[in-house]
Each structure stands twice: as C-alpha cells, then as structure tokens.
Design a binder for this molecule. Structure first.
Ligand code: ADP
Ligand code: MG
Length: 628
C-alpha cells in the first residue's frame, strides 16, 4: 500500500518533489583540484561525489575553451594543457581578487594570457578574442561541481558553503562569493580551509575543551600551515604561514630532473619539446604516487626508450629540501602564535601531497605527535565544508565559526583622522557602534567615509567607501546623535550604518569589496603603521589640537554673539584678543601642537569665569562627543 505524506504545518500533501529535503553542499575550490561533498542522510556521514563514470572525486581545476567556444572543465580539459596552453586555464585560484600588479612577478607561471591593462582593477584572462575574469572562470568550475552533485542526487541544489585559504583577504573572499553567485549558487558561508579540515575530523565538537590545532596543507602548488584555536565551538585562526609556490608539482619536477640526469639527456632539448615534457611530467607524478605505496617504480613510457626507475629512498632524498622548507614555515607559524611544538593538541593533514610517507613522518616528528590521516587528505576540506553546510541547514546547532579581521576598520573624523571602530584582529561576526555629532549649526548632511588600516591619518589608510546621511533635522551643532555602526558578517563583508537617533533617519552601505588588496599590501600597511607610529602620533596630536582650536573659536564666538549684552566690555575685548592669538598660532607655517594647546588653555582660562556664570549646562553636555 502506498503511503501518503501529509505536512501538518502547511496542510499540504507531500508529493514526490518536496519529499526530498533540501541539501546544502560543501565545496573545496582548489588550486589544483576541486570537489563537492554533502552529508548523506542515510549514513549521516560527509561524502564526496564521484564523476558520472563513478571514478574520480577530484575535479582538476582546469578549463579548456574549444574552437567553437565549447567549454570543458576537469579531467577532459587536462589533456589540452600541452596541446593548447593558450586556451587552457589552470591555477585560476591564484588570480582571485588580484590586480595585475599583485601577480606581475609571476606571470610567466601561467601558460595562458593574463592581461596587464595598467589599472588597479582586477586581472583579466584572454582566450582568443574573449576576456574572462577569474571570478567567471571559477564560476565555470563551480557550475561543473553543481551539475555533478545534481546528477548524483537527482535533485536541484542551490545553496553552498565554499572554502578558501585562511589568509584570503576580503576581496579574495568576495570574489569567491561572486563566483558562487555566478554559478547559480547562494553562498551561505565562506569557510577557512583549515577550519573545514578540522571540522571533518569532528575536532571542536566538544564545547568544553579548548584545543590548539595545526593544519598542514600541502597541495599541488601551494603549502599552507595554519594554527587554530578552538574554544566554545569557536574557531580562531592564530597564525598562518606557507609558500604559495611549493607543492606536489615540485616533487614531480624533482623526479623529472632526476630522470633527465640519469638518462644523460640534454635538459634544454627535453624542455623544448613541450609535449614530451608534459608526458614525462605526468609519468613523474605517477611514479610519485606509486612510491607512496611501494619501494620502487620502474614503469616505462610507451614509445620512450628512457629508464624510469626510481626508488623511494632516492625520491625522499630529492624532496628532503622541499619538506624542510615546509617545516621552517611551521616553525614561523608557531612563533607567530607564540606557541611551542608540544603545545599543539591535534595535527590535521590536508592535501594530496601529505600522502607521501616522508612528509607525514617529518611533520609527526616535528610536532612529536601522531597526525590525523584517517580521511583522504585531498577530500578532507570538502568533507568539512559539507559538515559546515549541515550546521547551517540547522542539523547541528552547536557550532559557531569565527574568524578575525586582518586590518582595523574605522571612519574619518574631523581633521582627517582615523577613528577605529573595529580594531584589527577582532573576531567576526562583529557588531560595534559609536556616537558622533555635527560640528555646524543646522548641519543637514554628514559624510561618512570608511577606511581600513592602522595609520592615524586616513590619507595613509585604504578607503573602502563613503556615503552621506542626508536630512538631519535642523539642530544646533553638537545636538544630533548620530550612531555609526559596523556590522561584519561571518565572511568579513562589512555593512556600515549611520542613524540619527533623535529623528530616526538612517542610511547604510555595504562596503565595496576591497578588490586588489594583496597579502603583501596588507603586510606593508601593518609594517608602516609601526614604522610611522611616532610620526603618526605627532600628526594626530597636531590635528587634534587644530580641530579643538577651531571648535573653541566657533563656540566662543557664538557664545559672545548670544550673550554679549551680559558681558563687560573688558571681557569681550579680552576674549577677542585671545581668539586672535589662537587663530594666529594656528595659521603659522610651522604649526606646533604645544603652542596651540597653550593658546587654547589661555582662551579657556580667560573665558571660564564668565562662561561658568552663563553656560547652559544642557548644551555643554551635548557638545561632548566627537564631531564629524
Ligand atoms: P590543491 O589543494 O592544490 O587543489 P590537492 O590537495 O588535490 O591540491 O593535491 C594535489 C597534489 O597531490 C598533486 O600534486 C598530486 O600529485 C598529489 N598527490 C595526490 N595523490 C598522491 C599520492 N598518492 N602520493 C603523492 N602525491 C599525491
Ligand atoms: Mg587544497
């Protein structure tokens, strides 16, 4: 007998279509390989999806554009790397959220054409007569993954969690999010790869326990080490380090070089023959993978007379220097997190290259502890993304994921000063507000300019956007209460809102993604804030004195206008003389903070007795608070 489902809440009969529960997917959008995973409700476990042939879970992050503009993604695109390098795009993740100047040093790395249009805007890639952004190209990979899982589950999928490296900045995260949107996915969350990997192992599920985790990720072309702290279900990135040009590809290269020497070939000659080089490279990768299982490799290449024997111990001696480089980065990451090797509670191995026994052994030796390796290292990030997706679907409510802001966020106040609202290294999601007021009587508009950076003067920081709060009802200066709040969501996307509390008028913007801010830029900004700290402090002191002086002159003049009839001639004349003296010292070329402060004091000192006599207390309190 057939059963009929009834949805009691909605009073509807369940038909076949809504019998299937919505699935939120987890995606690892990798430099070399990408994957899609979900939580299989039957087993309750995260599972990566295979291709239609049921072979591969990994989708090589490669895109080929055919003559008829047909697009191939994944394994089938790989063959074109040799045949049509100019039409075959790989490693697009390296270009996400980057301006040309960020990658100018390593354009030779790409076999395709990266456009230098001499602007600060995002890079573009040229294929034939067409131009693509890294976002559009990443979207093609995401579309492929979406199709793959839709075919496997026989249902539509529209929501996803996508992972990114922990060091990705706002613009790179936003670019990833945009790629998802373009692929028809609603990106519910951008999650750090090391966080996802830890989640896949269920690390952090015990809310009582505070843990420190090292996530060692050696992929095809990149190496990342991340130190995470987990407490109360909150994941915090303590430090990251790595090498954006170190990975399994270098292992292949080392084997290839060894074979060239062993066979007495001329390296230049081999390199000139692109398709032979590519065949040899693929053979080297095969050898490397086999040596993760066996002690010797000696398979030949059809039609090639070379001797391709290599033992595991030879391979290990070839890659030892590369492995040592990763350990050096681990050391630095620990130092930055102010931890020693034995303070790490768990080690998680991520990336296909951690399958190499020497890599695993070295890392375990370094930390003096066994590493988690039960899950496939090349799947673990996608599996963790699926776990996070499941949490967002409401199936696992115990979690919260937290990251920190890399640079301070704030607004410009009078005198061009930076007023930090969210300090760097604050946990996100975050929400903070501060009250400001007007500096002119009847001021109807207020400009709010948003900056990112550590310097005291906004001109030295990075402008993210600006907007105007319009229509503030006419009030004396200092009376309106304008609350400016910053709301940063879990992906670091920031919404800034200004609200005049007396009238209720408000205005807000989502800060334009800070495209083109590279990691190097970020480091530079931090460094400069330290180098220029003293100079900045002086500049800030002077600006503050100037603003204070101007304000004081304004309020004093207004005070005299209003209350002149209540003051003696001596009081009026004396006040005017002090105002003039202050004005003059503020106008000299070589302005001096202490001199200005001195004149401010003198003016205050002079007016205090009669000001106190007359001062309207209510106005005086309202005048406190910073002015924009
Ligand atoms: P990414 O994170 O960069 O997208 P992956 O984590 O998928 O990359 O790692 C890809 C790298 O892992 C490639 O260099 C590949 O050759 C290597 N790899 C995969 N399986 C093995 C194995 N069994 N032994 C050694 N290296 C492997
Ligand atoms: Mg990876």
């Amino acid at each position: 007998m057939a059963k009929i489902g009834i949805n009691i809440k909605e009073g509807t009969l369940a038909n076949e279509q809504n019998e299937k529960k919505e699935v939120i997917i987890g995606i690892d959008l990798g430099t070399t390989n990408s994957l899609v995973a979900y939580i299989n409700t039957a087993t309750g476990k995260a599972e990566a999806i295979k291709d239609v042939e049921g072979n591969n879970k990994l989708v090589p992050s490669i895109i080929h554009f055919g003559e008829e503009k047909q697009i191939t993604v994944g394994n089938d695109a790989r063959a074109f790397l040799v045949k049509e390098p100019q039409n075959t795009i790989y490693s697009v993740k390296r270009l996400m959220g980057k301006a040309f100047q960020d990658i100018a040093e390593y354009t030779s790395f790409f076999g395709y054409q990266v456009i230098d249009d001499n602007t600060e805007s995002l890079v573009k890639i040229r294929v034939g007569e067409q131009f693509f952004t890294p976002i559009e190209l990443s979207a093609l990979i995401l579309k492929q993954l979406k199709q793959r899982i839709e075919a496997a589950l026989e249902q539509e999928v529209s929501k996803a969690v996508i992972t990114v490296p922990a060091y990705f900045n706002d613009s790179q995260r936003q670019a990833t999010r945009d790629a998802g949107k373009l692929a028809g996915l609603e990106v519910l969350r951008i999650v750090n790869e090391p966080t996802a990997a830890s989640l896949a192992y269920g690390i952090g599920t015990n809310k009582e326990e505070e843990q420190t985790i090292a996530v060692y990720d050696l992929g095809g072309g990149t190496f990342d080490i991340s130190i995470l702290n987990i407490s109360d279900g909150i994941f915090e990135v303590r430090s990251t380090n790595g090498d954006t040009f170190l990975g399994g590809d270098d292992f292949d290269q080392a084997i290839l070089k060894y074979w060239i020497e062993r066979n007495g070939w001329d390296e230049k000659e081999i390199q000139a023959d692109k398709s032979r080089t590519q065949a040899l490279r693929l053979h080297a990768e095969e050898a490397k993978k086999q040596l993760s299982q066996t002690d010797t490799f000696n398979a030949s290449i059809e039609g090639d007379t070379g001797d391709f024997t290599i033992t595991r111990s030879t391979f290990e001696s070839l890659i030892q220097p590369l492995v040592d480089r990763t350990l050096k980065a681990c050391k630095q990451a620990l130092k930055d997190a102010k931890l020693s090797n034995n303070e790490i509670d768990e080690i998680v191995l991520v990336g296909g290259s951690t399958r190499v026994p020497l890599v695993k052994k070295s890392i375990e030796n370094f930390f003096g502890k066994k590493a988690h390796d039960d899950l496939n290292p090349d799947e673990v990030v996608a599996l963790g993304a699926a776990v996070q997706a499941d949490i967002l679907a409401g199936n696992n409510k115990d979690f919260l994921l937290i990251d920190v802001t890399p640079l301070s966020l704030g607004i410009e106040t009078m005198g061009g000063l930076m007023d930090v609202i969210i300090p760097r290294n604050s946990k996100v999601p975050a929400r903070t507000g501060r009250q400001y007021t007007t500096h002119l009587d009847g001021q109807a508009n207020m400009k709010i300019s948003i900056y990112q950076g550590e310097r005291d003067l906004v001109q030295d920081n990075r402008k993210l956007g600006e907007f105007h709060l319009k229509g503030i009802p006419a009030m004396p200066a200092g009376l309106p209460k304008v609350e400016i709040s910053f709301i940063i969501d879990a992906d670091g996307i920031t919404k800034v809102r200004a609200k005049e509390l007396r009238s209720g008028i408000e205005q807000s913007i989502e800060v334009q993604p800070s495209y083109g801010l590279s990691e190097a830029d970020m480091g530079k900004m931090l460094l400069e804030s330290i180098q220029f700290a003293e100079q900045d402090m002086k500049a800030r002191g002077l600006k503050e004195a100037l603003v204070e002086g101007e304000q004081l002159i304004l309020t004093t003049q207004r005070f005299i206008e209003k209350n002149g009839n209540l003051l003696s001639e001596e009081e009026q004349k004396g006040t005017q003389a002090h105002i003039t003296a202050l004005q003059e010292i503020m106008n000299v070329d070589e302005k001096d903070k202490d001199q200005i402060q001195g004149k401010i004091e003198a003016l205050n000192e002079f007016t205090r007795p009669f000001a106190e006599r007359l001062m309207d207390i209510a106005v005086s309190t309202a005048m406190k608070g910073k002015k924009l």
